[in-house]
Design a binder for this molecule. Structure first.
Ligand code: MV4
Length: 445
């Protein structure tokens, strides 16, 4: 087992990893930028090293600085968290070449599944339903027109190196397809240094359902059931929950088993998420793999009782999974609300600043994962999420009532937050009845 782990991240996920390590008797080395100097979570690590100025590109994204901190800190492994370098195959390679374990999937699996076209090929090989579309990258516009004619408009042009909605364009007819291909390619080249694009039939108003999986280095892969993430705005998830409401049991079973088949075929190990879209007839289609731990992992932890961060560390240290699929029980309903320092009355623009008053909710089944405290200053340099409020109750109705009670108690002053929007979402009949899809939030609020 590792004696020391470097936490190559910041904020709530850094704190989450520090906490898991402490419970496992593993020491932690934290890294921080000038903007994060003095944050209380750093004092919970055994050591903390400044790796640069506030800009992420000069600090948290600087591979050589992270590796230097790992060397100085004399660690055996690095946990990348999510975002930053978490899905950077080169970083994983550099770690392993420096004899430092990267707590995540093998480099090859990360590369294969990180490329959306190759992920689709692996899905097809694994017998996992994919959206009808092009077999590979679009190399010739006339080909694309032929494919679009056969699958029918509207089609989605997607960047193979993209993901999470980046580099996607809808084309409603041949003219917009021709224009869209050129624009999407140029955008992809600029954003990802990879102009490759592919086509998919555009599934209108889908639900977004993702399956948590974890695999060890001995070929054991289990799923930890699904999460519905349809409540999102501009590809930023706001609410995630498990189980996915109103999903027929046999669809649930199939979608979870597809995720296991897919990652087994890819030789993927450690924690990951297979993302699907589900149409109104409950047909589901594989979209992409997120080769990292995700923001919303607590939802799964609460309904399965499994500590995903600890399992990641155990798997990276070469342990077998301590459970089989038959051991995994899903019980209750967990709902997560992301709390962002944004101003809903001003286009959700960031609202950094100092928290002058903080009153947290609590009680049975309430968890708040956050690094903030009264007097903490939210930096403008990073993601606006300041914490996640997760509730777990026997039924969805009770979970919603509990979330409403928490929102009634929750006080954050000194900055604008999305709490007022959250109160509206949890009181909206369509959300309570779960008549929602990925366009609901933008349509309704
Ligand atoms: C789609 C889709 C509909 N049809 N693909 C968005 C980012 C990535 N997670 C995959 N995404 C989607 N892929 C096809 N063929 C719908 C989504 C989607 C979405 C699209 C637009 C606006 C919000 C969305 C939220 C979740 C998924």
């Amino acid at each position: 087992m590792f004696q020391r782990i470097l936490v190559a991240n910041r904020g709530e996920i850094a704190l989450r990893i520090i906490r898991a390590c402490r419970e496992m008797g593993i020491e932690t080395v934290a890294v921080y930028s000038e903007a994060d100097r003095g944050a209380h979570y750093l004092s919970l690590a055994d050591e903390a090293w400044c790796i640069g100025p506030p800009q992420a590109l000069e600090s948290y994204l600087q591979i050589k600085r992270i590796i230097s901190a790992a060397e100085i800190g004399n660690v055996q492994a690095v946990h990348p968290g999510y975002g930053f370098l978490a899905e950077n195959a080169h970083f994983a390679e550099v770690c392993r070449s420096c004899n430092i374990e990267f707590i995540g999937p093998p480099v090859e699996a990360m590369q294969q599944l990180g490329d959306k076209v190759s992920a689709r090929e692996i899905a097809r090989k694994a017998g996992v339903p994919c959206v009808p579309g092009s077999d590979g990258l679009i190399t010739d516009v006339e080909d694309a027109v032929r494919i679009a004619d056969s699958i029918g408009y509207p089609v989605l042009i997607k960047a193979t190196a993209g993901g999470g909605g980046k580099g996607m364009r809808v084309a409603g007819n041949e003219i917009s397809l021709r224009a869209g291909l050129a624009a999407a390619s140029a955008e992809a080249e600029k954003a990802f240094k990879n102009a490759g694009v592919y086509l998919e039939k555009y599934i209108e108003k889908p639900r977004h359902v993702e399956v948590q999986i974890i695999g060890d280095n001995y070929g054991n892969v289990v799923h930890l059931y699904e999460r519905d993430c349809s409540m999102q705005r501009r590809h930023q998830k706001l609410i995630e929950e498990s189980p996915a409401p109103k999903l027929p049991p046999e669809v649930r079973e199939r979608i979870c088993n597809c995720a296991v088949q897919l990652v087994k075929t890819a030789g993927y190990t450690n924690a990951g998420t297979c993302e699907f879209i589900v149409d109104k007839n409950f047909n589901f289609y594989f979209i992409e793999v997120n080769a990292r731990i995700q923001v919303e992992h607590p939802v799964t932890e609460l309904v399965t009782g499994i500590d995903l961060i600890k399992q990641q560390i155990l798997v990276a240290a070469g342990e077998k999974l301590p459970f089989t699929q038959a051991d995994i029980r899903h019980s209750g309903c967990a709902i997560e609300l992301r709390v962002n320092a944004e101003d809903p009355d001003n286009g959700f623009r960031g609202s950094p600043g100092t928290i002058t008053r903080l009153r947290l909710p609590g009680g049975p089944g309430v968890r708040f994962d956050s690094h903030v405290y009264e007097g903490y200053t939210i930096s403008p340099y990073y993601d606006s999420m300041i914490g996640k409020l997760i509730v777990c109750k026997p039924t969805r109705q009770e979970a919603i009532e509990c979330m409403r009670r928490c929102l009634h108690e929750f006080v954050i002053e000194g900055i604008k937050t999305t709490l007022p929007l959250a109160k509206k979402m949890f009181s909206h009949a369509d959300f309570v009845d779960f008549n929602v899809d990925t366009t609901f939030v933008e349509r309704t609020f």
